[in-house]
Design a protein around this ligand. Structure first.
Ligand code: GLN
Length: 467
């Protein structure tokens, strides 16, 4: 099984072709179909791409990702291929253009093997909200992989692709990465183009990367980042490329995160051990106060549902997507197409978002949440005057059994440690931290200052060497 880009390079170097590597992945993906990671495998177009890349390799003209097998979350557009955001409302819809981030990877000769299952419109923390059924965790198929990019995380963890794209609006890359033992990167808001990503909450959404090594996350980030004229929120700001000064390492540990009552005791112990090992080494550990932890999830759910209610209004049965066969007249078409096309969780969020934006409640919810977002951002910026990175758990616990969390608030609280970086726009990564005695993995989250991914990668490598 191939885990990393280095494994692919090694195989190509020892005489294998991109086509034969692809065939091995296609075979494995079929063998592991019980995981339900793929919504669709692009057999024909991936084979065509592999043949072209083999020619380029022969001519010495291949790109940096030659032969790398790439999976894409089913909310990223790829021209001529279906994309549905795992929703009935977009079932059979075909992309008419390719997302910028994906195009950059294709230009470097990555092979797109297929589209990966996820929660409908990226709303969920367990991948139990997909029109195409649940994704099963490869560590134990009775358990959820996390969400919303559950298919992407499982596909990378199980070796069905080398790297995968996901999207992270409130933790949808980092949380499933934590629960599948993979590396999950959410870059700085604006550092990667969102052109071609189906919008959920536009001021939070960011395309992210799943991989099996820090080096791979770093390479994919370097290839995909940058200003895009098609996305006005993408930034032309340069990423700081200064690597950290190893004699002056400073890590922040947030007291309220460490002492949170919801953290599983084994995860907590592992964190405390790490803290004391770091303390006794040449890394300065700074204790930080963050009195806003309890406000993060409510603020995120007010603002993200408000944005979702606006973004999802375009799915009306008229412009594109599912149109009810039982409707007569415009209003009836809107109502029936949306009622039939959206799942329960998406409807819940559209209604919540419409409520918080409604006349009479706007100031009490939406405006207030915007103010809290600003306070959280200012407090977070202040941390990075004293420390290079903050570390905290990615998730309070390991993955749960499918069907065991039925109540929305409990589900929303799975994001308690991940929504922070989306509210503030900071980059954050989840790296594998250990395997629990229950057999399931969990991750460690590292957050750095905006546009300072370099520090994330450096610290990930350093911290990785401690466990
Ligand atoms: N789990 C969060 C939610 O349900 C995050 C989703 C995401 O990042 N796309 O909104």
């Amino acid at each position: 099984m191939y885990k990393t880009i280095a494994d692919i390079k090694k195989a190509l170097g020892s005489g294998k072709t991109a086509s034969s590597i692809l065939e091995e992945h296609l075979h494995l993906a079929k063998e592991k179909s019980s995981l339900n990671a793929f919504v669709e495998i692009f057999e024909d177009t991936s084979r065509q791409a592999a043949r072209l890349i083999d020619n380029k390799i022969k001519q010495g003209k291949a790109g940096r990702l030659a032969g790398v097998i790439l999976g894409i979350k089913d909310n990223i557009c790829y021209k001529g291929h279906k994309v549905s955001a795992a929703s009935k409302i977009l079932n059979n819809f075909e992309s008419i253009y390719t997302a910028t981030v994906l195009q950059k990877l294709i230009d470097e000769d990555a092979i797109v093997i297929g589209r990966l299952n996820c929660d409908e419109f990226a709303m969920g923390s367990s991948n139990e909200n997909s029109f195409y059924g649940n994704v099963n965790n490869n560590f134990n198929e009775e358990y959820v992989p996390g969400g919303s990019s559950g298919g992407s995380s499982v596909a990378v963890s199980a070796g069905l692709c080398t790297v995968a794209l996901g999207s992270d609006t409130g933790g949808s890359v980092r949380q499933p990465a934590s629960w599948t033992n993979t590396f999950g990167l959410k870059p700085t808001y604006g550092s990667l183009s969102r052109y071609g990503l189906i919008a959920y909450a536009s001021s939070f959404d960011q395309i992210g990367v799943f991989s099996n090594s820090i080096e791979d996350s770093q390479l994919i980030f370097e290839i995909t980042r940058g200003k895009d004229p098609m996305d006005s929120t993408s930034s032309s700001r340069n990423i700081e490329s200064k690597s950290v000064e190893t004699e002056k390492l400073r890590i922040g540990v947030v007291k309220e995160y460490m002492s949170h009552e919801g953290i599983d005791s084994e995860i907590k112990l592992k964190l405390e051990n790490l803290k004391s090992i770091l303390d006794s080494g040449n890394i300065k550990v700074v204790e930080c106060d963050f009195p806003y932890l309890d406000y993060l999830v409510p603020t995120y759910y007010v603002l993200s549902t408000a944005e979702a209610s606006s973004n999802l209004s375009r799915f009306d049965g008229v412009h594109y997507g599912h149109r009810s066969a039982n409707a007569s007249g415009v209003d009836d078409t809107y109502k029936k197409s949306r009622s039939e096309g959206f799942g329960v969780e998406v409807k819940r969020r559209i209604m919540t978002g419409t409520f918080v934006l409604s006349h009479g409640y706007y100031d009490a919810y939406y405006t207030k949440a915007q103010k809290v977002r600003r306070i959280v951002k200012n407090a977070t910026d202040a941390f990075f005057k004293d420390v290079d990175v903050l570390v905290f758990p990615t998730t309070p616990s390991t993955a749960f059994k499918q069907g065991s969390v039925n109540e929305p608030i409990t589900m929303y609280l799975q994001d308690i440690f991940t929504v922070h970086a989306n509210l503030t726009g900071n980059p954050a990564i989840s790296i594998p931290f250990g395997i629990h005695s229950n057999g399931m993995p969990f991750g460690l989250q590292i957050m750095s200052d905006r546009f300072n991914e370099e520090k994330l990668f450096s610290y990930s490598k350093i911290l990785n060497s401690y466990f």
